[in-house]
Design a protein around this ligand. Structure first.
Ligand SMILES: Cc1cc2nc3c(=O)[nH]c(=O)nc-3n(C[C@H](O)[C@H](O)[C@H](O)COP(=O)(O)OP(=O)(O)OC[C@H]3O[C@@H](n4cnc5c(N)ncnc54)[C@H](O)[C@@H]3O)c2cc1C
Length: 345
């Protein structure tokens, strides 16, 4: 066993997931209590630049595997490489993403250990790492201690841990490892964008719309739209233009409740909540969202929550730091104008 803390650097074709640097920052803090070095693990076809970036963000060194079989992310060859590197480690930390969800689980199975997912806090007590994660849709916090199984594998929630400022003058050893990698049975043919705009999980600001978005009796649809459902969706789409305008002024992303997604107002990629994305922005503005527990599960750790709702008794106001009781179709454009004036002069 080594007492190095390994941090998996997640990336898409060399473009790092920002949460990777948060994971390095969290590992740095743990290393201050536990001792040992922070070692970035970078897998891909050509990743030495990423290894250097990991060192600039706080890693003491890096282990890299460069292999044509790793050019495209596929969990099988990545797990082959990672399990060899992590076999004797005490601690392996992942940033959370769709890719690492699969990878962490496969490595855990291969190394006969477990994963603590969605970690939002880490502490060291008597030399033991204690990971905190929300359970029951965020109603309770669970503290996880791994007594014997090693490595302890943690996946950290995006934006729950601060990253360190990059310092290009930092240096460290980059060691190339050549583990045995089996050829994967799958082939990647290509990619296409499912979503444009700012990624929800990385966004510092999210403006979300719910079912209330379609509730605008003052709006008249074009004459050719007569079907009731189509009118509702058309109204919602006009409403989401207001949400997009506010998000754009704030440099943020657009989120939605499941009710808005299920009703066809906006694609699923925008859904926040238990069965959507879990987000933790600095600012979350919920517009026409009641605050059902399943929605709160996806955004309750946001730093500042603002709610705009016609109903002063809506549960979202219990969580919100600031609330406006009013019609979102009036409040949101007024906010957009006010922010525009302040931010764009
Ligand atoms: C297993 C399971 C998983 C789920 N997963 C998720 C999930 O991931 N994400 C999620 O969001 N939900 C999820 N849900 C659904 C969840 O229970 C709620 O039904 C949903 O969140 C409600 O969405 P909403 O707040 O937009 O709609 P509603 O609850 O209908 O609320 C609409 C709100 O808009 C307000 N309003 C209406 N008109 C206006 C107006 N003009 N201006 C301002 N306010 C207005 C109303 O006062 C109301 O509070 C899940 C449910 C289940 C059972």
């Amino acid at each position: 066993m080594t007492n190095d803390i390994l941090v998996y650097i997640d990336h898409f074709k060399g473009d790092p997931l920002p949460a990777s640097w948060e994971a390095v920052g969290a590992a740095r803090k743990l290393a201050a209590d536990l001792g040992g070095s922070v070692v970035a693990v970078v897998l891909g076809a050509s990743v030495s630049d990423l290894a250097a970036a990991a060192i600039a963000h706080g890693a003491d060194g890096a282990r890299i595997v460069e292999d044509p079989l790793l050019a495209e992310f596929r969990p099988e060859p990545y797990a082959d490489a990672l399990k060899t590197i992590a076999a004797n480690a005490e601690l392996l930390i992942f940033p959370s993403s769709g890719r690492t969800r699969e990878l962490a689980a496969m490595v855990a199975v291969d190394l006969e250990t477990g994963v603590a997912p969605d970690v939002i806090e880490l502490e060291v007590i008597d030399g033991q790492v204690i990971a905190t994660r929300p359970i029951y849709a965020g109603k309770l916090l669970s503290k996880i201690v791994a007594r014997d199984k090693r490595p302890l594998i943690l996946a950290l929630r995006s934006r729950a841990f601060p990253k360190l400022d990059a310092d290009a003058s930092r240096s460290g050893d980059i060691v190339t490892v050549e583990p045995e990698i089996n050829a994967p049975k799958t082939e990647v043919k290509g990619y296409s964008d499912a979503e444009v705009g700012v990624s929800l999980t990385d966004a510092a600001v999210i403006v979300s719309g719910g079912r209330g978005i379609s509730n605008n009796p003052k709006l008249s649809p074009p004459a050719e739209i007569t079907d009731e459902k189509e009118i509702e969706v058309w109204k919602a789409q006009q409403g989401f233009k207001l949400i997009e305008a506010l998000a754009s002024v704030l440099g943020g992303a657009v989120g939605a409740s499941r009710a808005a997604v299920d009703a066809g107002y906006i694609p699923y990629a925008h859904q926040v909540g238990q069965t959507g994305k879990v987000v933790s922005p600095d600012l979350y503005i919920a517009c026409g969202i009641s605050g059902a527990i399943q929605h709160l599960a996806g955004m309750r750790t946001s730093k500042t929550i603002v709610a705009i709702n016609k109903d002063g008794d809506a549960p979202i106001f219990k969580l919100a730091r600031f609330g406006v009781v009013g019609d979102l179709h009036e409040v949101v454009p007024a906010l957009t104008e006010a922010f525009k004036e302040r931010l764009q002069g």
